[in-house]
Design a protein around this ligand. Structure first.
Ligand code: ACO
Length: 316
């Protein structure tokens, strides 16, 4: 009898319709399309309407992921929403998703680890499935960051966007199609680097250079830990789906690992940094366009406020 493990059975994503371009930002703050593109790789981002909530985006992404996995809401045992921008402190956003989907048997909770939230939710769901507590879990990264931004602060308002990505994690008995290993961590002594003291009451604040330095050091480190522990070399990994924070972070990580940049998918130019949603949105785009082939080795890697970081090795 093979050991129980978990696999990604379906993906989905949802983005607000409204596009905010760099050119439009030039009219709000002292910036330029050229500066933003050169320093971040971002051309435009999606912005949720006033009445469009994190749960609305999460529900739309979740419906697509369920359909893609050929499952019904009734099959779902847990719903975990990774977000630092929930609709409200209480009820949690996962319960709002449950009600909309009629996922009546699901246990629902939110998880906040900023831009590492999706990775932490994935690891939590993997542990539930491996322990026999669940067969199918809906994991959603969903953010409404635009409502937390100071639109007079050019150092932050140009970077972020809104959106949601979802995966269904299902039980698997084959390590050929499975989540193979995780490497996660946190450093609360550096909590001041990225802060939002109260959603809808304060603004997101960030020491951009500190986050940048942390990311380009920590991400290669955890990728090497994961690959070495699994007797793989970085070249044997087909795709690296990194949190989409800045194109220069992707370039720098690829360079430090001596890997070609085309192993690092990116949609930063269209969506900016969507925090916990960025990895599942990108994964859905690649899954939908049939770029992910069975048995390919994939590494997901998130990093962000907390500080927090996490990577997952997958055999697709
Ligand atoms: N337009 C024009 N000029 C700007 C802008 C702007 N939008 N923002 C800053 N500048 C200016 C600065 O004022 C500074 O001018 P000065 O030299 O006269 O003082 C100059 O540009 C350089 O500023 P830096 O902060 O040194 O710019 P840097 O190259 O570091 O880029 C950035 C800043 C893009 C924020 C970068 O540091 C970065 O991407 N960091 C990582 C951020 C990140 O990943 N955050 C998300 C974490 S995810 C999460 O957990 C939510």
């Amino acid at each position: 009898m093979n050991q129980i493990t978990s696999k990604i059975a379906g993906t989905g994503s949802a983005l607000p319709k409204t596009i905010l371009t760099n050119k439009e930002l030039e009219t709000l703050v002292d910036t330029s399309d050229a500066w933003i593109q050169e320093r971040t790789g971002i051309k435009e981002r999606r912005i949720a309407k006033n009445q469009e909530n994190t749960s609305d985006l999460a529900i739309a992404a979740a419906q697509k992921a369920l359909k893609n996995a050929n499952l019904s809401a009734n099959d779902i045992d847990f719903i975990i929403v990774a977000t630092f921008t929930p609709d409200s402190i209480m009820p949690n956003t996962a319960c709002l998703v449950q009600a909309a989907l009629h996922a009546d048997h699901a246990v629902c909770f939110d998880l906040n680890a900023a831009c590492s939230g999706f990775l932490f939710a994935l690891q939590t769901a993997h542990a539930y499935i491996c322990s026999g507590l669940a067969r199918h879990i809906l994991i959603i990264g969903s953010e409404n960051i635009s409502k937390t931004l100071n639109w007079n602060d050019r150092k932050t308002c140009i970077l972020f966007g809104d959106g949601a990505g979802a995966v269904v994690l299902s039980i698997s008995d084959s390590s050929k199609h499975a989540l193979l290993d995780f490497e996660t961590g946190s450093d609360g002594t550096r909590s001041n680097v990225l802060t939002l003291s109260g959603f809808q009451k304060s603004f997101l604040q960030m020491d951009g250079q500190e986050v940048f330095k942390f990311a380009v050091r920590k991400v290669p480190e955890i990728i090497l830990t994961l690959t070495q522990r699994n007797h793989l070399c970085p070249e044997e990994i087909d795709w690296y789906f990194l949190h989409q924070a800045n194109a220069r972070i992707l370039t720098s990580v690829a360079k430090r690992l001596s890997l070609p940049l085309d192993k690092f998918p990116s949609n930063l130019s269209s969506y900016g940094n969507t925090s916990a949603a960025s990895i599942p949105i990108l994964l859905d785009e690649y899954h939908n366009s049939h770029k992910l082939l069975p048995g390919q080795k994939i590494i997901l890697s998130g990093f962000g406020g907390g500080l927090t970081w996490g990577s997952c090795l997958i055999s697709w």
